[in-house]
Design a protein. Structure first.
Length: 546
């Protein structure tokens, strides 16, 4: 057979904006007086005066109408580099075989967690925490970095290594940021301490993970700190970030100033319940902001029974799902952090983080929403590995309420297990490729199957991230997909009667078409809406049917 070479692929999708925006009203002029109903724009937002005012929006005198202008003006330019795949590696998992870690499948690995030393169990005491990491957390992180050779093995293949500071139980970090949020000298001391650690450890970055906004029964003086109001649709004043959120923003600024080359990131909650505690302007000091877009169900007792990490907005139909107890999605979280959310009871439009700074999240675990935890709040969790080992069909067992069959669901034996699937994770990667976010954060790598297993989540996120849509160095054939039709043109030197095979994102062959013995033609694909892989003589293309 003659050598076949793919020339160009003209596919039916391009990088495009998820949102379209109306035109901007005339620009607001500082000092001018405006009457009720007049509309102006400022910083790519349209506003309407509630009554006579000479104030500058946003303020209590102005109603925010909508974002306006181009997508790049509202959301910032798309992230132009290769997508970032950030895998978290817990330091406490003593059963994990570190030989299974594959640093070639992530761009960044984050070892978690370093926690600050606490001196007593009274959060209200004047010396609850010290500006030093606990010995136990230092030993655990050092074991992963050096004894298990994660640092060396990652650097050998160009993968960056960061260490996460904080986490779900580091009340010392929360206390320090709260107490010293306005103490420049103390924040300088903490920043220098962290930078000194990175120099000693030889790592590439620090991930700031302030997470424990809830009460801990073992630590007196802690309290639930959710539901913070940041303005709402009724005009309630914006309470601003939590004092610890202010401290975190200032700490990030100081760390970056001390060591500009250091990768600096932060992991934050996806929705406003805890998200309102943060100061979103910290993004200017960060290389990326990781949205923990999971635990949208399952982590509290009154949770609705449904998916905990859906990408797209969740349809009605799940038990316990109401307007006051919704099931959020990645899209909802992105709208909140990108400043596009509908005004709600505790926020007015959300934040304004540029899309190129955002990574969305993927959980390598699921919730069994049929079984409450024996102790504490919420429902039982299982790692993705445990789910697949127990239910071998789990990678392709989908939630019947999900019209796109993305979310994983197991109902065998009365279970109600919701989890990430290879298909749903590939869809997340495709989403950020289309809509300009920076990457994916993964919690966490040890929960997965072996990364060489085609059912492994890491295998699929790597495969989708590295899937090429074209190769301009090839020649002799052109393919063009439009309106569910494949148009092709073959050079005279190309062998005829070639088969064009179509696969879904799980690698399942769903169709085979023969390109007949002529130089050009058109073949109906007859495919449902979705993303597909086309293969011809071991060459692959990706296309979308809208």
């Amino acid at each position: 057979m003659k050598k076949f070479i793919l020339f160009a692929i003209l596919i039916s999708f391009q990088t495009y904006s998820q949102y379209t925006f109306n035109s901007c009203q005339p620009a607001h002029i500082a000092g001018n007086a405006y009457t009720a109903g007049q509309r102006v724009s400022k910083n790519s937002r349209n506003y309407e005066a509630k009554y006579w005012t000479s104030t500058t929006p946003p303020s209590a005198d102005w109603l925010q109408i909508e974002p306006c202008g181009s997508a790049d003006n509202v959301l910032g330019p798309s992230y132009s580099n290769n997508k970032r795949i950030v895998g978290y590696m817990p330091s406490w998992n003593t059963t994990y075989n570190f030989n299974d870690y594959d640093p070639t499948k992530v761009t960044d690995v984050v070892v978690a967690f370093l926690s600050f030393k606490t001196n007593n169990s009274d959060y209200n005491s004047p010396d609850f925490a010290s500006i030093e990491f606990s010995t136990a957390s230092l030993n655990e992180v050092n074991n992963v970095l050096t004894t298990q050779q994660v640092l060396t093995r990652s650097h050998n293949v160009g993968t960056k290594v960061s260490v996460a500071v904080g986490g779900a139980i580091d009340y010392g970090f929360l206390w320090l940021m709260t107490k010293y949020n306005n103490d420049d000298a103390k924040l300088n001391e903490i920043a220098q301490y962290i930078v000194n650690y990175t120099n000693t450890a030889g790592i590439d970055g620090i991930d700031l993970d302030m997470e424990c906004w809830w009460a801990d029964p073992a630590i007196s003086g802690t309290a639930e700190q959710g539901g913070r109001v940041r303005g709402d649709k009724w005009g309630t004043p914006d309470a601003g970030p939590h004092p610890a959120g202010v401290g975190l923003r200032k700490l990030a600024q100081k760390i970056k100033a001390l060591k500009p080359s250091l990768l600096l990131s932060a992991a934050v909650f996806g929705t406003s319940w805890y998200g309102n505690n943060y100061d979103d302007t910290m993004h200017s000091s960060l290389d990326w902001l990781g949205l923990m877009t999971y635990d949208f169900t399952g982590s509290w007792n009154d949770s609705p029974i449904g998916p905990h990490t859906a990408l797209h907005k969740v349809p009605q139909g799940y038990s316990g799902q109401t307007a006051n107890n919704p099931i959020y999605s990645v899209e909802d979280a992105l709208e909140y952090w990108q400043g596009l959310a509908e005004p709600a009871w505790n926020h007015d439009g959300g934040f304004n983080v540029p899309r190129a700074k955002i990574c969305i999240g993927s959980p390598f675990y699921g919730y069994d929403l049929s079984t409450r935890k024996p102790v504490g709040n919420g429902y039982v969790t299982y790692t993705y590995k445990e789910i697949v080992n127990t239910y071998p069909t789990a990678p392709t067992s989908y939630d019947p309420v999900d019209p796109a069959n993305f979310s994983g669901y197991i109902s065998t034996g009365g279970k109600k297990i919701y989890y990430e699937t290879p298909k749903s994770l590939r869809n997340k990667v495709n989403y950020i490729k289309n809509f300009g976010q920076q990457g994916i954060i993964i919690w966490e790598l040890t929960n997965d199957l072996h990364p060489s297993n085609p059912d492994a989540l890491l295998y699929n996120v790597y495969a989708e991230n590295n899937l090429s849509t074209s190769d301009n160095n090839l020649d002799n054939i052109s393919l063009y997909v439009s309106e569910n039709t494949l148009y092709y043109s073959l050079n005279e030197s190309v062998e005829k009667n070639l088969n064009f095979e179509i696969y879904n994102l799980l690698g399942q062959n769903i169709s085979k078409l023969n390109l007949e013995d002529n130089n050009s033609g058109a073949v109906s694909l007859q495919l449902n809406k979705g993303i597909y892989i086309g293969k011809i003589n071991n060459k692959s293309i990706k296309f979308i049917i809208k």
